[in-house]
Design a protein around this ligand. Structure first.
Ligand SMILES: Nc1nc2c(c(=O)[nH]1)N[C@H]1C(S)=C(S)[C@@H](COP(=O)(O)OP(=O)(O)OC[C@H]3O[C@@H](n4cnc5c(=O)[nH]c(N)nc54)[C@H](O)[C@@H]3O)O[C@H]1N2
Ligand SMILES: Nc1nc2c(c(=O)[nH]1)N[C@H]1C(S)=C(S)[C@@H](COP(=O)(O)OP(=O)(O)OC[C@H]3O[C@@H](n4cnc5c(=O)[nH]c(N)nc54)[C@H](O)[C@@H]3O)O[C@H]1N2
Ligand SMILES: [Mo]
Length: 763
């Protein structure tokens, strides 16, 4: 560790809490005003206008916000945008930029004192920088020297498995494919990615039950569904365009059930920003039934529904789809036998939900055929994240609600190309057929031994087993669990290097040496030796589309992620059989290689040039279940039990309305009525009263796990309608409390929504 470097993992200053009534309506005029303000403040007006016409349009660029799909035909002429998409774009296409003089002026230790919000507002990174061993300041380095340094450090390692190659989910298909090819040609499967912290539980649970790690529905199915149950997701903030789809469902007579410990604004009432008439009318009440589940009460809730359905069956009413169960599933008898071992009372109690509400939900599920269940982090970031997803599948299978119009599974992805990155082979546990193809197509000898996921990668660095960390995007330090432990782990590396658009905390807590490699973003024009390029992405529903930026990049020194991988590979393997530089200069060649390696990409270059792109094959959608049994599998998942000691609470760490993961756009959480402060704890009023505290009371938070006590200091209490015994804080401020060794069984996803904490008063 460099002596001069202090571990400054957070900025602890309060910014001045203001509380208002939580909103009942999402989007509408305030959202338009908020997004226009954001664009006007940080972007060049002409750039803002050009971009607003191209967001998520056919032939435009893919919004770097979320992975929600674009309509196949009826795209809004105003641009398929949303408030938070605009914020994501304004953050990237900002007119501010950071140049070498900034790094000369401020030492790493000084920059570490900036808040995440302030850091983001510094603007785009513009030239490659190096932090030399023992140095206090970053200094400029040429691209050639940067690649040389990385190549030398890679060659110095005792084994390729001592290097780690992280990916965040904004990386295009082409960049992801080339990157994993480079990593496997180098000789390791150490490809941890943000998905490990995100929807990994969905991938594992769905693969085991329905044979594909992705959802089974397309956008049209949501419009046609009779019931959509949204579980553990806050679309008003994180997938605002999804609200439009839910509204269409309602207009067609569908019902929406929202299962969440919090009454999230977007789910209560939605005003379509693209419809002036609807804005005037005041919008649609989206949620028909709000189910205030306790944190981690979802398996109990789903089992309670299944028990009530079973009671109906026992009484002679046919509510299970026996024909479907007979023809397409296995393990039905085992599931029913296990269900009979559970009592309804036990499940109702563990869910925290009044029986009457569960009965209402059951009626909706029993009376309707076309059922979709959508979910996000509330289900995946749990100890039993995989069990949660498998239980969702059990319910859908009992009702035959998969592989037919208007029905199926809908995990709503986070990063705009996180699903595509996995399709391209960004995975620590690749399957043999993929590796075999890679070997054939590129003449490499891809390693077969599985590599590190995020949690084991951090542990391996901490133990000194991994010494080089390269990140393709993201903010590993702040996104990972157990911030202090992760900081120590990164500091044990010889070299940490980040391909990034913006400065973040991962650039400041480094190995002995560090590199910042600045790259083009989604909105930037990308010109290579053979001319202007486009890239492709896969959205949450398996549609592959092109994306082409239109703005002049903020600096001539920026390279595309693809060019960076190509040049790094060429520097690392001077005598390679693979023509890395040719692929870096002409992305069509990478797409040709993808077509040869990965099923579903036939005539890739041709089909992706058609407006709207193409759908990837999806077995579950056609009731072709690619599992060992060849059928969809019912699974047995136990109801989690939590022993909560006196004074302990279960904490979930969630996103505010003004952030994109670790990027803090602003300090307000408008829909929740929490303004100008992020260091807050949402807590039930009765729990607050029990402690004798008042609003804004200052507290410290502690978590104890496997004998280690962790802390996060300085938070303010905010009364909020949340179940008793549960509290909520924001990610990443509360990440120091998420224990490194607390993760979901089988998916290794950190339990960011299930952290046992105690709260202590400061005064
Ligand atoms: N604007 C914006 N958009 C984003 C992001 C962003 O940060 N900002 N992030 C992107 C990424 S990477 C992702 S993964 C997604 C995240 O999208 P979400 O999953 O919607 O994000 P979170 O804020 O983590 O919200 C989790 C929700 O689950 C609920 N919840 C917590 N615990 C439980 C539980 O035990 N059971 C149930 N039923 N609910 C629970 C919380 O109250 C909250 O409403 O959004 C993507 N889109
Ligand atoms: N406690 C807690 N922890 C969590 C979560 C939680 O809910 N609670 N959520 C988890 C989830 S779902 C996720 S997905 C992870 C997110 O983990 P990450 O994906 O690692 O984090 P981000 O904050 O999205 O990364 C932001 C950085 O990405 C870089 N960047 C942005 N666009 C580009 C680009 O186009 N190219 C390149 N090369 N770089 C770019 C910028 O430098 C920016 O600072 O965090 C996880 N951590
Ligand atoms: Mo995510």
């Amino acid at each position: 560790m460099s002596q001069t470097q202090k571990i400054e993992i957070e900025n602890f200053d309060f910014t001045g809490l203001i509380l208002k009534e939580p909103k009942e309506k999402a989007v509408g005029v305030p959202a338009i005003i908020s997004s226009v303000k954001q664009m006007a403040k940080y972007m060049d007006p002409i750039d803002a206008f050009k971009l607003s016409l191209k967001i998520n349009q056919k032939g435009g660029f893919d919004c770097p916000g979320c992975a929600w799909p674009d309509p196949d035909d009826d795209r809004s002429a105003l641009g398929e945008y949303c408030e938070n998409g605009i914020k994501a774009i304004a953050e990237e296409a900002t007119k501010q930029s950071i140049k070498a003089d900034f790094f000369a002026q401020y030492s790493v230790a000084e920059i570490s004192k900036f808040s995440d919000f302030k850091m983001g507002k510094l603007g785009r990174l513009t030239e490659p920088m190096v932090l030399k061993e023992g140095a206090t300041h970053y200094e400029p380095i040429s691209w050639k020297d940067a690649f040389q340094l990385l190549a030398e450090e890679l060659h110095k390692l005792n084994s390729p498995n001592e290097a780690l190659f992280y990916t965040s989910g904004r990386t295009s298909n082409e960049a992801a494919y080339l990157y994993q090819l480079f990593v496997r040609a180098y000789g390791t499967n150490n490809l941890p990615d943000c998905s490990n912290m995100c929807h990994e539980s969905s991938g594992v649970g769905l693969s085991a039950t329905v044979g594909i790690g992705k959802g089974s529905v397309i956008l049209k199915d949501l419009y046609e569904a009779e019931v959509i149950m949204v579980m553990g997701q806050n679309p008003g903030t994180n997938h605002p365009r999804m609200l439009g789809a839910l509204e269409k469902c309602k207009e067609n007579g569908g019902k929406i059930i929202s299962v969440n410990p919090l009454p999230e604004a977007g789910m209560v009432n939605f005003v379509d920003p693209q419809s002036p008439l609807k804005i005037l009318k005041g919008g649609t009440a989206l949620t028909d039934l709000f189910v205030p589940v306790k944190v981690n009460g979802d398996v109990a809730f789903l089992k309670a529904i299944m028990l009530l359905l079973l009671q109906k069956e026992d009484a002679g009413e046919q509510v299970f789809d026996h024909e479907f169960i007979q023809n397409f599933t296995s393990n039905y008898d085992e599931l029913i036998a296990d269900l009979r071992n559970h009592s309804l009372e036990e499940c109702v109690e563990a869910s925290g939900i009044p029986l009457s509400i569960i009965e209402e939900a059951t009626e909706l599920i029993a009376k309707n055929e076309k059922i979709i269940i959508c979910w996000a982090m509330g289900l995946t970031q749990q100890e039993n994240g995989v069990g949660n997803i498998q239980e969702v599948v059990n319910l859908l299978l009992l009702r035959g609600a998969i592989g037919k119009p208007g029905a199926g599974t809908c995990p709503v992805r986070g990063h705009s190309n996180v699903q595509g990155d996995r399709t391209m082979g960004i995975w620590e546990a690749p399957k043999e057929p993929f590796l075999k193809k890679l070997d054939e197509v590129h003449g490499i000898n891809a390693p077969r031994e599985h590599g590190h996921h995020v949690v084991s990668a951090i542990e391996a660095m901490h133990k000194g087993e991994c010494k080089l960390f390269l990140a393709m995007g993201g903010n590993f330090l702040s996104a990972a669990p157990d911030t202090l432990y992760t900081a120590e782990a990164l500091q044990k590396c010889n070299l940490t290097a980040h391909v990034s658009t913006k400065l973040n905390r991962s650039h400041l807590v480094t190995g002995k040496q560090a590199l910042i490699l600045p790259c083009l973003g989604r909105t930037d024009k990308d010109i290579q030796t053979t001319g202007e390029q486009f890239v492709t992405c896969e959205n949450s529903m398996g549609v592959v589309q092109s994306s082409q930026g239109i703005l002049r990049p903020p600096s001539k020194q920026l390279k595309s992620e693809i060019a960076i991988v190509a040049e790094l590979a060429a520097a690392t393997f001077p005598n390679s059989n693979i023509n890395w530089m040719a692929m870096g200069g002409d992305y069509d060649l990478i797409r040709d290689a993808i077509e040869s390696t990965i099923p579903g990409f036939d005539q890739y270059n041709e089909r992706v040039r058609k407006p709207g792109g193409f759908y990837l094959p999806n077995g579950a959608r056609e009731r072709k279940f690619n599992t060992d049994s060849g059928k969809a599998n019912f699974t047995i998942n136990s109801v989690p039990k939590h022993t909560i000691a006196e004074g302990e609470y279960i904490m979930m760490t969630i996103r505010s309305h003004d952030q994109y993961n670790t990027t803090i756009y602003g300090l307000d959480d408008r829909y929740r009525g929490i303004y100008n402060e992020r260091r807050i704890v949402m807590m039930n009023q009765e729990d607050i009263d029990e402690r004798g505290w008042k609003t804004s009371h200052e507290v410290d938070l502690f978590s104890e796990f496997t004998g280690i006590k962790r802390e996060a200091r300085k938070f303010l209490i905010v009364p909020y309608p949340i179940p008793r015994g549960n509290i909520a804080t924001y990610f990443p401020e509360a990440n120091p409390l998420v224990p490194i060794d607390s993760y979901a069984a089988r998916s290794h996803t950190p339990t960011s929504k299930l952290v046992k904490v105690t709260i202590e008063s400061v005064s």
